[in-house]
Design a binder for this molecule. Structure first.
Ligand code: SF4
Ligand code: SF4
Length: 137
């Protein structure tokens, strides 16, 4: 009898309390504010400078200037946040949430619309008339 009372109390508590789990994926999880989920890029701000790639300790980021792509291997990323500090345009951020599970590994890649500035055209050289200038009388 002494064991039935706590058991009954627990059963009643479980019956009338909210479930500890959610109906994922129908109910999206709300992550705590400081969750280190994944690195995101604002591709419109990126200038393909490669600072994030050079500063990433495990080498998870690849910036290809010729192909104009920014790519991250999320399995290599350790969420240290170093790339977000190093980016001169502040277009990287660590946001809550994780990459959706899938049947195979893949790298997340975005095309960056950045157009590098064209080199300024050289000013046309001043052409002197053939035979030099005629002295004034
Ligand atoms: S958070 Fe760290 S490990 Fe992940 S991409 Fe940025 S620098 Fe690399
Ligand atoms: S994300 Fe930032 S650091 Fe990385 S290539 Fe773009 S501008 Fe440079």
């Amino acid at each position: 009898m002494g064991q039935i009372l706590p058991f009954t109390k627990q059963v009643l508590k479980n019956l009338f309390s909210e479930p500890a789990t959610t109906q994922y994926p129908f109910v999206q999880r709300e992550y705590p504010e400081r969750t280190r989920g994944h690195v995101d890029i604002n591709k419109d701000q990126c200038i393909l400078c490669g600072m994030c790639m050079r500063s990433c300790p495990p080498g998870a980021i690849k910036v290809d200037r010729a192909a104009k792509t920014w790519t991250i291997n999320r399995f290599d990323c350790i969420q240290c946040g170093y790339c977000t500090e190093k980016c001169p345009k502040k277009c990287l951020s660590i946001t809550p949430g994780y990459q959706e599970p899938g049947p195979e590994k893949f790298n997340y890649s975005v095309e960056v619309p950045y157009e590098p500035p064209k080199p300024a055209a050289k000013p046309a050289a001043a052409t002197a008339p053939a035979g030099g200038t005629k002295p004034e009388a």
